[in-house]
Design a binder for this molecule. Structure first.
Ligand code: GUN
Length: 291
């Protein structure tokens, strides 16, 4: 029987730690501030951006939400980033991904002041993660996954970990964290061209699924007793659901849960952690701005 890792509970624990730090900063005259930029009308992105801004308000953080139309130009987005780089009340900047196709996302990320890059996507922060320099920002989703493993009592040191997916948002930073001196795991990164993927996965003590394919990881790919972290949030059509769709992860939950030692549900697993780590990164940015 597997243990369900409660991401909401762990996220609340992280946020409770943040509350003390926010108060300390406020006592020193600094209110951490986060700016979230949304370009276009992607419905899922709108939901995520709304949740981030709401969480800031709940915790007494300063926040700004900047919405640009779907036909905004590269120059429009760069101008917003520039203004936020210069805004002394803003310590963290996040441009929601994915932007519309006319936007060069790499160029936008590079334009963000690395000291305000709470997403951890700027090359300077990517390098700091690889170098294990603690002054950098670690992308929120993989750092949330590491915290979930820790809170669930999953030993990463010496473990065989398989990360499925090689994105800059999740797969690559997740692999770096697992192999770091903090994780000490033996890491394999699998992706769409991996041969014998099921066999590779079956070696794993820890599987992190981040491929964006609904219920891709099935029970035959999972070793008995492995820990499974499901990063996927996929909408699948479901006429019986009120909204006409339901959310599923990258893992076939029921059959895998019956076999593994610990698993994150979707929703309620990794999702809540991403926001908690974003708030935590924003506080770190505020702290570092005055030290
Ligand atoms: N889209 C999905 N996840 C993320 C994230 O962590 N940061 C940003 N900026 N966009 C995302």
């Amino acid at each position: 029987m597997s243990k369900i890792i409660d991401g909401k509970a762990v996220a609340e624990k992280v946020l409770a730690e943040c509350v003390d730090e926010i108060q300390q900063l406020k006592n020193n005259g600094v209110t951490p501030g986060l700016a979230v930029v949304l370009v276009g009308e992607d419905p899922a992105s709108k939901v995520y951006v709304g949740s981030k801004v709401r969480k800031c308000a709940e915790l007494g953080l300063h926040s700004r939400k900047i919405e640009l139309p779907a036909d905004a130009s590269q120059a429009d987005v760069l101008a917003v980033v520039q203004e936020l780089n210069e805004d002394p009340l803003i310590h963290g900047i996040l441009v929601q991904s994915p932007p519309p196709p006319q936007i060069d996302e790499d160029a936008i990320v590079k334009a963000i002041d690395p000291a305000k890059d709470v997403d951890g996507f700027h090359p300077e922060n990517v390098a700091k993660l690889a170098l294990e320099d603690a002054s950098g920002f670690v992308p929120c989703t993989p750092s949330g996954c590491m915290r979930l493993l820790k809170e669930a009592g999953v030993e990463t040191s010496g473990a065989e970990a398989v990360v499925i997916g090689r994105s800059m948002i999740v797969g690559k930073p997740m692999a770096l964290l697992l192999m770091s001196k903090q994780g000490n795991a033996t890491v394999t990164v699998a992706h769409s061209r991996t041969k014998e993927l099921a066999e590779v996965c079956r070696r794993a003590d820890i599987i992190v699924a981040a491929i964006g394919m609904p219920e891709f990881v099935t029970a035959d790919m999972v070793k008995e007793g492995a820990a499974v972290i499901d990063v996927g949030i996929n909408r699948v059509e479901d006429p019986s659901a009120k909204r006409g769709y339901r959310l599923v992860g990258d893992v076939a939950y029921d059959e895998v849960a019956a076999k593994c030692s610990a698993i994150t549900p979707v929703p309620g697993g990794v999702g809540p952690m991403t926001i908690a780590m974003l708030i935590s990164n924003t506080i770190k940015a505020a702290r570092q701005s005055v030290s």
